[in-house]
Design a binder for this molecule. Structure first.
Ligand code: B12
Length: 473
């Protein structure tokens, strides 16, 4: 059996991200003994013709399509992506009879609607490794599922989560944009934030990879592939049980000097944790601050307060770490007063950058969906594939947009709409700059004179690859 996997994602904002899920499915299929090819649609100029030619040449027996994004969750400048997957499916049907199977985080959020919209044969919801291998094994004996959608609770124990099969050619393309490689250290999220889909996608129990395997991945992407920085893609890197500390200790033990970035939940770190993060190379943090007032944080069922956000921001920036906050305005319990309070709070945060989203994309099976139904914003059985954004009753979209625009216009480090600087980021990456680059906007960032110990990226010329310093296992 020959299996072709195709990443359908062509989103290049805030920057193109390596199709990690496809790499993990490839790893699982190869471990089960199947020949697997990986194909990145974006890298081939999103050309359907080129993909069709590839498929005619390679004659795969089964094709898996990875769908990462449905839309850009940005009400101020909406982008939708499902039509791309639909066109790929339709284009493939013209050149092959191989079964077409959809998977990926975007797909898993609304499997029925997306399978229907794309017209593929099957879909695998959530963690894909075991179900995809089962599918292929059965297909080899001409046995096919009676139902088009396959789902099972996440089954892999942490230690079974495979290191991704990073395709060298695909990796080269992504490293051209920021030289940052993606690595997953665990799956699952224990939080119950009102709007969020992460527990639905990965399960609500944490499953950690072997920290030594994570360090092997870091060594591989830096020493063999030439990455300069690592992005830990975990839903929340600093899990409450402290598993992330095991990863950092393993990095330290093996001598890693790896610039790394991750999503963190705001918290007050103790000195030991902070030192461990800094010593292993923490460069930049994407902070899930989410709402800028205690009222709206409660409305999102967050477990921290705005004072915690301030304290965390101060701790990290004092150590030279670049910090970006992400906020959503218009969520549950938002009022004109909390909007004004939130703007003042955000503007007052020091030495960091903030990205503001307007409204919250409603995803199925989240508490926010229930709230939106209760508030009469959506019908109980509506289709959410066409993006619908929660805006609290009493918050008018145009008023919110103009209030946010005016409130942040004199503050370069407060970015609204959130995609305002993406064209510049793209250009800087093409010129060889490394990392997330939003730190350029922070007061005292790379441009504004070095208040920070380091910047989030090196800004080094292309080809200047430091080694990881990691010793062999
Ligand atoms: C990390 C992350 C980011 C980082 C990525 C950093 C990096 N260097 O990789 C950053 C901050 C840059 C980011 C940006 C964005 N993100 Co994001 N991100 C995530 C997050 C938390 C993890 C993604 C990840 O890498 N997971 C690890 C891999 C291994 O998992 P996976 O891809 O899901 O693959 C598994 C399964 O899906 C499945 N699978 C995958 N492919 C296939 C294929 C087949 C055939 C099969 C059978 C199975 C299968 O099996 C895999 C292994 O089990 C997810 C939420 C989540 N918890 O999933 C959101 C998520 C993917 N992001 C999302 C969005 C919207 C975005 C942005 C558009 C936001 C914005 N406006 O900027 C951008 C788009 C970026 C881009 N260029 O595509 C949404 C997508 C849903 C939607 N509404 O469209 C998600 C799901 C979060 C959410 N809101 O629910 N993101």
């Amino acid at each position: 059996m020959k299996i072709l996997l195709v990443s359908t994602n062509i989103t290049d904002t805030p920057y193109p991200v390596y199709p990690l899920g496809m790499g993990m499915i490839a790893a699982a299929l190869e471990a089960a003994g199947y020949q697997t090819l990986q194909y990145d649609f974006m890298q081939h100029d999103a050309s359907l013709e080129t993909l069709q030619t590839f498929v005619r040449e390679k004659q795969p027996d089964i094709i898996g399509l990875s769908i990462r994004n449905i839309d850009n969750v940005n009400l101020a400048n909406e982008q939708r992506y499902i039509h791309i997957a639909r066109d790929i499916v339709q284009g493939l049907k013209n050149v092959t009879e191989a079964p077409l199977i959809l998977g990926g985080s975007g797909f898993s959020l609304m499997p029925e609607a997306i399978l229907d919209a794309c017209g593929a044969d099957y879909g695998i919801v959530g963690e894909g490794e075991n179900l995809m291998v089962d599918f292929v094994r059965n297909a080899a004996h001409k046995r096919f599922p009676s139902q088009p959608i396959l789902r099972a609770p996440p089954a892999l124990r942490g230690i079974q989560i495979p290191p991704a099969n990073y395709d060298r050619r695909i990796m080269r393309y992504y490293l051209k944009n920021g030289k940052t490689a993606s690595i997953q250290t665990k799956r699952g999220c224990t939080h119950k934030c009102a709007y969020c889909s992460y527990p639905l996608l990965e399960g609500s129990h944490i499953r950690c990879r072997d920290p030594r395997a994570v360090v092997d991945d870091i060594r591989r992407v830096i020493d063999e592939y030439g990455a300069n920085m690592v992005f830990f893609t975990d839903s929340v890197f600093n899990d409450d049980a402290g598993h992330y500390l095991d990863v950092l200790r393993a990095m330290k033990k093996r001598g890693a000097r790896t610039p790394w970035v991750a999503f963190l939940k705001p918290e007050r770190f103790d000195d030991e944790t902070l030192s461990l993060m800094i010593d292993t190379g923490l460069r930049a943090v994407e902070l899930g601050s989410d709402a800028p007032t205690d009222t709206t944080l409660r409305g999102l069922a967050k477990s921290f307060t705005f004072a915690d956000i301030v304290a965390c921001n101060r701790q990290l920036t004092a150590h030279g770490v670049a910090v970006a906050h992400y906020y959503m305005f218009g969520g549950p319990d938002e009022t004109p007063d909390t909007v004004r309070e939130g703007i003042n709070n955000i503007v007052s945060l020091e030495n960091s950058v903030a990205f503001m989203f307007m409204g919250i994309r409603i995803l199925p099976a989240t508490p926010l969906e229930q709230r939106a139904i209760r508030d009469g914003l959506i019908p109980p059985t509506g289709n959410l594939l066409e993006p619908v954004y929660y805006l609290a009753p009493g918050i008018d979209k145009d008023w919110l947009e103009s209030t946010l625009t005016t409130g942040f216009k004199d503050h370069r480090h407060c970015v609204f709409p959130p995609d305002k600087f993406e064209a510049q980021v793209r250009l800087l990456h093409q010129l060889g700059h490394v990392g997330v680059l939003w730190d350029l906007l922070a007061p005292g960032g790379r441009e504004g004179g070095a208040r920070r110990r380091t910047s989030a990226g090196s800004g080094s010329a292309p080809g200047n690859y430091p080694k990881s310093g990691i010793t062999a296992p």
